[in-house]
Structure formats: C-alpha cells, structure tokens
Design a protein around this ligand. Structure first.
Ligand SMILES: [Fe+2]
Ligand SMILES: [Fe+2]
Ligand SMILES: [Fe+2]
Ligand SMILES: [Fe+2]
Length: 432
C-alpha cells in the first residue's frame, strides 16, 4: 500500500523556479536571486515574517507570466519598456495563475505589480493598490538584471550596480528602499550569498516556509497550478497534461489502483511535462516537425524534471511515474534508457497515457487522430516492444470510456485556458 505523500511547499516552488530559469543560461537562477534580495530588503525594512515569506514566494515565481523566451529576455533589460502597459503585461498574466489557488492567491497582487515604478504608486489604473512588497520585488528584480548584464566577478561590479540603482531613487525606486539596499550592499556576504550555488539552502534557512507541508489535496492543487504554467504557454498544449492525467487515472483504475494511487497518478500526469518550461515556447508551438537539434533540446525535459525533483522526500513514486514517460520497454526511450524491468506499472501506464492524449489532440502540424489511427499507432508501438501490450489492449477495450473521461477533463481545461488567455488581450491591460 502506497503512503500518502507529504511534501514541503517551499521545496516544490524552488524546483519550479529552477526549471523556469533553465530556459536560457542568460537567466540562470534569476528567480531565486530576486527572492533572496527581496527577502533581505523586506527583513531590513522591518516587515513581519509572514510578509517576508509572501515576498519570497512571489520572488521565486514573479516572471512566470512571461510566456515566451523572447519576452523573458526582453524583461531582463534594465528599463525594458517605456509604456507601463507593456511593462506590467507579464505580471498581470502571471498573477492570473495564482488568483484561484488557495495556498498561493496571496502572492498574486505582488506578482501583478512587480514592475511598478515608485513615481507611479498612486496611479489609479493599477489594480489591488500597490503594496510595499511590489516595490521591494521591483528593486530586487532590477538589481538582478544589472547583475546578469555583467559576467565579471560580483565583487568587481557590485558598486556599478549600486550606482545605477541610486540614480533611480525617487523615480523607479523608493528612496527608503534604496537606502536599505545601500546598507545591505556594504557587506560582501550579501553579494556572495546572492550568487552562491547554495542559494537554495540560504533561502530555506531564512524562510520559515518549511513547516508548510502539502498533503495529497494540497499537492493536487499545486500540481494543477504547475500544469497551467507549463501548458498555457501555447494553445496547442493547453489541455495536454490534463488529458494525460485523466487518461492515466482511467487506465490505472482498470488495473486496480487504489484511490490514493489514482490521485497520485493524476498528479504525475499534471507534472509529467514540467521540464518543458525549460524549452522555448517558440519550439513547443512550431508549425511543423522539429529539426534534429530542436528534438535534442526537447529530450532534456524529462531529465530536468526528474533530477530537479529527485531530492524531494515523499515524491519518489510520483516522479518515477511522471518523468519516465519517454522511456521504452526495449530501452530505446530517453533519457535514462530504462527497460521493462526498471519501469513500474505506473510509469508504463503514464507512457501510454502520454501517447494516447498526444495523438487525440490537435498539433500545429496535424488534426487530432481518429480512434482507428490512435489504436493502430499504439498497437505498432506495443508490437515493437516499446510500450506495454497489456496496457494498450486495456486502453483499446475501454477506448470510449477513457476518451470520454479525457474529453470532459479537457473541456474544463479549455474553459480555464480561455479565461486565462483573455488576460493576454490588450483589454485587460488597459486602465479600468
Ligand atoms: Fe518581471
Ligand atoms: Fe524578473
Ligand atoms: Fe514529454
Ligand atoms: Fe506529454
């Protein structure tokens, strides 16, 4: 009998933030450093622990609304947009991910306005009012883009960063926050910790978020949030993980999995393509087959997810189910080249669910496949000993039931996606 997982929320968010920044070496650890700097400023400003924790979480996720690599790199420019509408766009999109997540809705207002200039603070078009946390995040974020801009040792160019920040005191940044930052900046350890390879440990020790453990229900909620951040980057993948989750739940039920195991299977489905966050959206929605180079890049996605989530105690079973979905029984899969004996029934079910969902979905280069074509491709893979014949036969015998369950779940996800994508239209970004 599998035990219900209990997972520290902070560990999961640290993993997510790590993966988001893998998309480009130019952004490496940006989210973690912004969380770090924000936390120290918030502490020196005298904000209570709960508020510091909120700012830290927002720092770890603040740019998740910058959906394409182009936009991610654009916002890494010190003064990247002169119109405030453009500047706030990704914050507004990002905040939408968190608005309805019980555990994280408190960070949405900070993410929404994390590019607020100090001299815009009374702007009536900014929703939610502007909180000091937004100004702290903005300052920390801009410190980091200045840091990313220079490959020299941090102690050789920290004075240049401080100088640029001070120049913007009263316009981009609050004079009081700039003073606090200037004091922190006098200590070498402040800068060395910021770029330290041990930044995860530093953040974990600072924040008392370790005590927030997710039970199965909390984990499901966070996994659903993660799937939206992964899949809503493109209309072509918007319902993919939901489809995989619901297909895997349906097949695992047919194989006698308990209710807890089925829910864990669903979580594995939501998370299975987590590593795609490290793949530019431009590749994910390419209107044609991928080149060999693009395919090679794509092959990293399960590797990243597995290795990054590996240290989390209690997530082992879900990780194996989720991140072995491109492994094949004859060891021709990737990236670990595992074989039948290495793959649990859960991992084998998820591999079939991933193919089942992908074939029945539309892609930029093809229409959804029919029942016959889907079954025929699954059968070919099973006959070639790439995927499990027993699972494929079970899926074939119960096709309608699995497909209908998947369609219901995907319809609900389409509704959520349409709701979300309204945030990308200019209307929501204009004054209200
Ligand atoms: Fe940003
Ligand atoms: Fe940022
Ligand atoms: Fe995948
Ligand atoms: Fe997938």
């Amino acid at each position: 009998m599998i035990k219900q997982p209990r997972i520290p929320l902070l560990d999961l968010i640290l993993c997510l933030s790590h993966i988001i920044d893998l998309i480009s070496s130019d952004l490496s650890n940006h989210h973690k450093r912004v969380a770090y700097t924000s936390y120290y400023i918030a502490e020196a400003y005298g904000l209570p622990q709960s508020e510091r924790n909120r700012i830290l979480l927002a720092g770890l996720l603040h740019d998740c609304g910058a959906l394409s690599l182009k936009e991610k790199l654009a916002v890494a420019d010190f003064e990247f947009a002169y119109s405030s509408t453009d500047r706030h766009r990704h914050g507004k999109i990002g905040a939408r991910f968190f608005d309805n997540v019980k555990l994280l809705s408190h960070i949405a207002p900070l993410i929404r306005s994390h590019h607020i200039y100090w001299n815009e603070r009374d702007d009536p078009t900014i929703k939610d009012g502007v909180q000091i946390g937004c100004h702290i995040l903005h300052l920390a974020d801009r410190v980091d883009v200045l840091l990313l801009d220079n490959q020299q040792d941090i102690l050789l160019h920290n004075k240049t960063i401080l100088g640029k920040i001070k120049k913007e005191s009263g316009r981009m940044f609050s004079p009081e926050l700039v003073r606090i930052f200037e004091q922190l900046a006098q200590q070498e350890c402040f800068w060395l910790d910021m770029v330290s390879p041990f930044i995860d440990n530093i953040l974990s020790r600072k924040a008392d978020l370790r005590i927030i453990d997710l039970d199965l229900e909390g984990l499901e909620e966070v996994a659903k949030l993660f799937y939206q951040i992964i899949d809503f980057r493109s209309p072509f993948t918007a319902t993919h993980s939901v489809g995989v989750a619901s297909c895997a739940i349906a097949i695992s039920k047919l194989f006698g999995f308990s209710e807890t195991e089925r829910r864990m299977m669903g979580i594995a489905g939501y998370l299975h393509d987590l590593g795609k966050l490290a793949i530019p959206a431009e590749i994910l929605e390419k209107p044609g087959r991928l080149t060999n180079d693009e395919m090679t890049l794509m092959k990293r996605h399960t590797y990243y997810s597995y290795r990054i989530l590996e240290p989390i105690n209690g997530l082992e079973t879900i990780s194996q189910w989720a991140f072995f979905h491109h492994e094949r029984l004859d060891r021709s899969g990737y990236p670990f080249h595992l074989g039948f004996d290495d793959l649990s029934l859960g991992s084998r079910i998820l591999a079939v669910a991933d193919i089942f969902a992908a074939l029945t979905e539309e892609r930029p280069y093809r229409k959804p496949m029919t029942r016959e074509d889907t079954i025929s491709i699954l059968r070919q893979d099973a006959e070639a000993n790439r995927i499990d014949t027993a699972i494929v036969s079970m899926a074939e015998r119960n096709f309608e039931q699995i497909y209908n369950q998947m369609s219901i779940a995907q319809k609900a996800a389409t509704h959520d996606y349409n709701d979300f994508s309204i945030a990308e239209s200019p209307d929501i970004l204009s004054p209200s």
